[in-house]
Design a protein around this ligand. Structure first.
Ligand code: GLC
Length: 708
């Protein structure tokens, strides 16, 4: 529809119809049985005029449901404004890809863009029109269950991944209305949800505006620059105000600084939580705070439909502000082409995408192999397919490897570790628990593969832990298996960094599989047999002990730095644990043996008009190929506010065939030195700086340079 007609539509709407348009409910509010519940259901009492003019439905369970709901709605909506259907397509719709923390571990934005297009397309075929993804929260605290849902602790990596997902879901600007394989993206949770106190979901957060701009906004900025159509404010606070009621966040930062012109939609029942947090006494006041702060759509609280009309009558809310919000929702529907085709060709007429088809499953397998991180390999992997394998462990043959936020993914579709191995290797047997520790019982086995880790239900929203150690019974299992004298490969399934300190020494090889999704077992078999090469690198730091958390590589300097090798009093240290993590950000191994040469530079002086080129040669001396993720970090030596030594600025991923050498070049510009200063401006300081080139945040070569 021509945009000029949107205003003509708007002026015809009654106040009740406008308020209905700004409301989203699950199908249960329309008296239907189906609809995934991703929050607590509230009070169903809603005046019919609002249901007849409802703006959106979330979490309908099939395209039949959505077709039926849309048809019914269009009979009752006086102005025939179609519903828009939304759902959490976080890492797949029916074909499940690795959890986003695993997607971050690929360090492969192009791969993730393709993944987002495929999973969005699968969802679009079933009627979904908007996804509440990417989840762009920076995550530094592995106790928080939702670290699985984002791409980790680095704002630069998160920014690349968020933008890739938006581009994958939405495609090029302007094609949403014409390409039924695309869906609109809603980037969330704006902003800083990952900073929850004590790693406990929904608890309070408190951080400075500098931290907001420096660490939490980049992934939202890149998603918005990539064209994200919606933004979802977080349940949490900023400067004591819920993000959903924060004029600073929703207007000054989102509209003026980030230049976002799309729609904002609350999180589930978020507006009602103002009452629980005692900043509103009732839903009318809550709806007034949200609408006046700049919230456009109320998800599942019912505050708008129960309070806004009276708030307008009392002069607490200006109808013009309601019109602005309604226009944004009409614009979203227009961008999706819903006025021309409320069904967006989905369902029986939508033949161009296959749901759960071979192509998308093959890609799910490819992405899973690239997400899995090889943490240790004492000359065990890869295994010849003639090797006799014994599979054991609580997750050795489990299909519960989809992870949280798996939409309509089915565990029965998932390929377990054991099944994947059985398809690839000639001799694989299951060793039942509790396992024998008698070597005689393992006479027909060459290598033990143990599926370990945490339950997928202990990850995701509202699934936080005080103890992130590998469960004690699994340590006991490994100690028993050690008596067999067989090499043990640990495959660890998790939605967060787990503390592996007690098991690293008990395992000969470790593959960190996250929750790898539908094709997990096949991907693991591809890696264990060497058909695929390990590519994954850690997107989050792995602590040595739960008590170190939150732990992340780019913590600002402090005035009393500790030295793990020479600990001394009056330094920033623990008396019962070294500061260093068990595995650092960016860490991961390959099967090759790759030696990094000495970096060379074309000049030592960086200016605004002259970048610095750094070249490094990588030599793979082994008989296996290797996929290397060469990382480039940089940081100024003297800064206006206290900063970390360095931060990730570039990376390159290259495959280096066995016995060959590859040269890599990085270009350093002054923008790589820019950071948010005390006046909130992002700029670079002249002076000395360092660049670190290497295979992780702690394994690098350092160059001293100067910016003039
Ligand atoms: C949940 C989550 C949010 C999700 C929404 C709808 O509470 O916080 O990420 O998009 O509800 O399912």
């Amino acid at each position: 529809m021509d945009k000029s007609k949107l205003n003509q539509l708007l002026v015809q709407m009654s106040l009740e119809e406008k308020i209905g348009q700004l409301t989203q409910f699950t199908p249960q509010y329309l008296g239907r049985e189906n609809g995934e519940l991703t929050g607590v259901l509230g009070d169903f009492e809603v005046e019919q005029v609002y249901l007849d003019s409802l703006g959106s439905i979330l979490n309908a369970d099939s395209f039949e449901d959505m077709v039926e709901i849309q048809r019914e709605h269009l009979k009752h909506d006086r102005l025939k404004i179609p519903l828009v259907f939304m759902r959490d397509i976080i890492h797949g719709y029916r074909t499940i890809f690795p959890i986003p923390l695993g997607l971050g571990a690929t360090f492969d934005p192009d791969l993730i863009e393709e993944m987002a297009h495929q999973s969005g397309s699968e969802a679009a075929s079933e009627g979904v029109q908007v996804t509440f993804s990417p989840m762009a929260d920076l995550s530094r605290d592995a106790r928080w269950g939702r670290v699985m849902e984002g791409t980790g602790e680095d704002s630069f990596l998160n920014a690349k991944m968020s933008a890739s997902m938006v581009k994958g879901y939405q495609g090029q600007p302007g094609i949403l209305a014409h390409d039924p394989s695309r869906i609109a993206a809603c980037v969330k949770h704006y902003a800083g949800y990952g900073a929850v106190l004590a790693g406990r979901d929904y608890s309070t957060v408190d951080f400075s505006r500098i931290t907001l701009y420096q660490d939490y906004l980049p992934a939202f900025q890149s998603a918005i620059e990539a064209g994200a159509k919606l933004v979802m404010p977080a349940f949490t606070l900023f400067e004591g105000v819920p993000a959903t009621a924060s004029k600073y966040l929703l207007k000054e930062v989102l509209r003026e600084y980030l230049k976002f012109d799309g729609a904002t939609i609350s999180d589930w029942g978020s507006v009602d939580k103002f009452i629980t947090m005692h900043i509103a006494g009732n839903q009318q006041r809550a709806s007034e705070l949200a609408l006046n702060a700049g919230l456009d759509m109320d998800m599942m609280s019912g505050a708008f439909v129960r309070g806004l009309k009276q708030a307008v009558a009392e002069g607490a809310v200006d109808v013009a502000d309601i019109d602005t919000a309604v226009y944004r929702m009409l614009e979203l529907k227009n961008d999706l082409g819903l006025f021309e085709d409320p069904y967006r060709q989905f369902g029986e007429n939508h033949a161009t995408n296959e749901v759960f088809g071979e192509k998308i499953r093959a890609n799910a397998r490819k992405v899973a192999t690239k997400s899995i991180v090889l943490l240790k390999n004492k000359n065990v992997l890869p295994l010849d397919t003639k090797i006799r394998i014994g599979v054991t462990g609580p997750l050795g043959d489990s299909q519960k490897i989809l992870g949280a936020w798996s939409s309509l993914g089915k565990h029965s579709d998932a390929v377990s570790l054991a099944t994947g191995l059985q398809k690839r290797f000639d001799h694989v047997e299951l060793i039942p628990l509790p396992t024998s520790s008698d070597p005689a019982d393992y006479a027909n086995i060459d290598v033990i593969v143990a599926g370990l880790g945490e339950r997928e239900d202990d990850t995701g929203e509202s699934a936080c832990k005080t103890n992130i150690e590998l469960p004690e019974d699994q340590v006991v299992l490994l100690k028993r298996l050690q008596h067999t004298g067989k090499p043990i490969v640990g495959v660890i399934f998790a939605g967060r960094p787990l503390v592996l300190t007690n098991v690293v020494g008990l395992l000969d090889a470790i593959l960190y599989a996250w929750f790898p999704g539908t094709e997990g077992g096949n991907a693991l078999a591809d890696l264990i047999s060497g058909v695929s090469l390990p590519q994954g690198r850690l997107p989050m730091t792995f602590p040595r002990a739960s008590g170190q958390v939150p732990i992340y590589y780019n913590t600002p300097r402090n005035g009393s730095p500790a030295n793990d090798q020479n600990p001394s009093k009056f330094t920033s240290r623990y008396v019962d644990c070294e500061n260093a993590p068990l595995f650092s950000f960016g860490y991961g191994l390959g099967y090759g043996d790759v030696h990094y040469g000495t970096p060379t530079i074309d000049n030592k002086v960086l200016t605004d008009n002259r970048d610095i080129k750094i070249e490094i040669a990588l030599n793979n001396t082994s008989m296996y190929g290797s996929i290397e993720t060469i990382q480039c970090y940089a940081g100024s030596s003297i800064t206006e506010i206290v900063r970390p030594e360095v931060e990730l600025k570039h990376w390159q991923q290259v495959e280096i065939p066995a016995g060959s050498t590859k040269k890599i070049t990085f270009t350093i510009s002054s923008d790589d030195l820019a950071y948010v200063h005390s006046d909130l401006n992002r700029e670079a300081d002249k002076g000395a700086f360092i660049v670190r080139i290497g295979s992780s945040a702690t394994n690098y070569q350092e160059l001293s340079l100067v910016y003039r």
